[in-house]
Design a protein around this ligand. Structure first.
Ligand SMILES: [Cu+2]
Length: 139
């Protein structure tokens, strides 16, 4: 009777430790993922590009899948004066949710352009946003 009570206590102790370790592992995982977010990875154009012909769209790839919920993701492009030059038609690619595009107004003039992007990661729900610039060289 006494021996059985001790082994039950040991079994319970071991179970408690394994649950504790599993909880630690579960809480540690989102923290490493949280460092990534669905950040801009690369695109056409890329940050810092100097183009000789006006692009007709922004083709952007991100580090994690993006949540497809209206208003929580997008691409917007402004000229050096802050005027919007995109067509507000961001598409989040259904076949690759790390891929967003937006089309641009025709006949963009030379100058610096700023691309703003915003996303929510489908991996951990983290929101992220940032900007990058490219330049359209004079012809
Ligand atoms: Cu994250």
């Amino acid at each position: 009777m006494a021996a059985s009570a001790v082994s039950h206590r040991r079994l319970f102790g071991a179970l408690f430790i394994s649950v504790f370790v599993a909880l630690l592992a579960a809480t540690a995982r989102p923290q490493t993922a949280a460092l990534a977010h669905a950040k801009f990875d690369h695109g056409t154009p890329n940050p810092g590009d100097v183009l000789s012909t006006a692009p007709t769209m922004i083709d952007a790839y991100f580090a994690e899948d993006i949540v497809k919920q209206a208003g929580t993701y997008g691409l917007a492009v402004m000229d050096a004066s802050g005027n919007a030059v995109d067509n507000q038609d961001t598409v989040l690619d259904d076949s690759n949710r790390r891929h967003m595009t937006v089309t641009l107004q025709p006949n963009l003039g030379p100058g610096a352009y700023t691309v703003k992007w915003w996303t929510v990661s489908d991996e951990d729900g983290d929101a992220a946003s940032d900007t990058f610039t490219f330049t359209l060289a004079g012809s």
